[in-house]
Ligand binder design. Structure first.
Ligand code: SF4
Length: 418
């Protein structure tokens, strides 16, 4: 048997370490207090189950139907009378939803509806999915704040970077999020991009050898049939310079039953495929989400999250920290935190940039590095993602840096120029 290795730590070092540990513990007290008040998909499991039963009764659905993503799409709720049978709405609220609905499309999957608090208008699930009259009283913003149309060198394509681009494969989503930056594309009908346009987009990729990373999004790439996803990925795999494929989807959040066995087999066959989702609140991270993520990761698909900073939904350092920690528990790496864009009808979701900087300040050092996304402002004119950070570099000279750490301690650091 191996002998125990005894490491003797001098008493004064142990005392210093204990003092430091106690200082570190104080740094997390406020979060520990707040954490107990933040609801998550796991803490609300019983409530979600009751909502699910109510919705299934209303829609006369069986469990197999609930678990079928086609059924979820066909049974999306998009009229206020039906909605009011699940959540409590006043007549005024129903009128407002109808008024907004005549201007901006809305639709909620039965699954996402089951995550909603039935009585609380401030519920983050409700705010992201049920129209608010504020959408109609706000004309401050643009239809296309990123001016994507100026970055479309071929039909179906958005290109803002040297070695990668987006193919917009559909305008369809499982739900039409109230803060969506692409609401101009949603229209009144679900329209998958035609084969003709997809062929043109693929031809553009074939003809530009610097393109090594292709993102399929829309809309929501997982709204395509398995056969269509297989076809596009097969075509991309035939292009020698395409190294990786990525798919953007919010179905993990709004309809996790979309991740069926057939889809996982296809994604595994076309590895390397990455999937990026869009969770904004810990209430969205549920048991069905965990099961879907496990299936995807077993198929060799790495998962990332692109959250959007949204006022009164997640512009709080504790909520954002909890969201990112919950995501890691279901195998999703927080990737980006986007500053909300100036999209018409969504001003009520926008926050000052300082909110995002403060969140980043309260993440770095306070939680695991893998729980920290990059906070991004998308520069106007399609000039691309620009990271926003608290300032850690105080000054720099030829032989010295003055830096400040996550606790705001200032230290010098030798700057070698050998
Ligand atoms: S899923 Fe994405 S693209 Fe679709 S409505 Fe929501 S935010 Fe917009």
């Amino acid at each position: 048997m191996a002998e125990d290795i005894k490491i003797i730590i001098p008493a004064e070092k142990r005392v210093a370490a204990l003092e430091r540990a106690s200082e570190l513990k104080e740094n997390i007290d406020d979060y520990l207090e707040a954490r107990g008040t933040i609801e998550t998909g796991f803490s609300l499991e019983d409530k979600y189950q009751k909502n699910k039963e109510l919705i299934m009764e209303l829609l006369d659905a069986r469990e197999e139907e609930w678990q079928d993503w086609h059924w979820q799409v066909e049974n999306r709720i998009s009229d206020e009378e039906k909605l009011s049978k699940i959540i409590n709405l006043s007549d005024e609220e129903k009128n407002e939803i109808s008024r907004v609905g005549s201007r901006y499309r809305w639709s909620v999957s039965p699954y996402y509806l089951s995550l909603m608090d039935r009585d609380d208008p401030e519920c983050p699930i409700r705010k992201q999915s049920v129209p608010s009259i504020l959408e109609c009283t706000d004309d401050f913003g643009y239809d296309d704040p990123m001016e994507e149309e100026f970055n479309s060198p071929a039909r179906g394509i958005t290109r803002r970077y040297p070695d990668r681009l987006i193919i917009n494969v559909t305008n369809q989503c499982a739900m039409y999020c109230r803060h969506c930056q692409r609401r101009r594309n949603i229209g009144e009908k679900d329209v998958p991009t035609s084969r003709e346009v997809l062929e043109e987009a693929l031809e553009y990729v074939r003809n530009n050898k610097e393109l090594r990373d292709i993102l399929l999004t829309g809309g929501d790439a997982f709204m395509l049939s398995n056969e269509e996803i297989d076809w596009i990925l097969t075509e991309l795999d035939k292009i020698p310079h395409v190294e990786i494929k990525r798919l953007g989807t919010r179905t993990l959040v709004t309809m996790p039953m979309r991740v069926d066995d057939g889809l996982c087999k296809i994604l595994e066959k076309h590895s390397p495929v990455y999937v990026n989702s869009h969770f904004n609140h810990p209430k969205e991270v549920t048991r069905p989400v965990q099961e879907a993520c496990l299936k995807l990761t077993r198929a060799g698909v790495p998962l990332g999250n692109q959250a959007v900073l949204l006022k009164d939904i997640n512009n709080d350092p504790h909520v954002m920290k909890k969201l990112n920690q919950e995501l890691l528990k279901v195998l999703i790496k927080p990737y980006y935190l986007f500053h909300a864009k100036r999209v018409k009808g969504t001003s009520h979701f926008r926050t000052p940039v300082e909110d995002g900087i403060e969140i980043m300040e309260k993440l770095r050092g306070y939680t695991s590095g893998i729980a920290i996304p990059t906070y991004i402002i998308n520069a106007p004119k399609g000039y691309g993602k620009t990271p926003m950070l608290p300032e850690y570099l105080v000054s720099i000279s030829s032989d010295n840096l003055t830096i400040r750490n996550w606790e705001k301690k200032i230290v010098d650091y030798f700057n070698p120029h050998f």
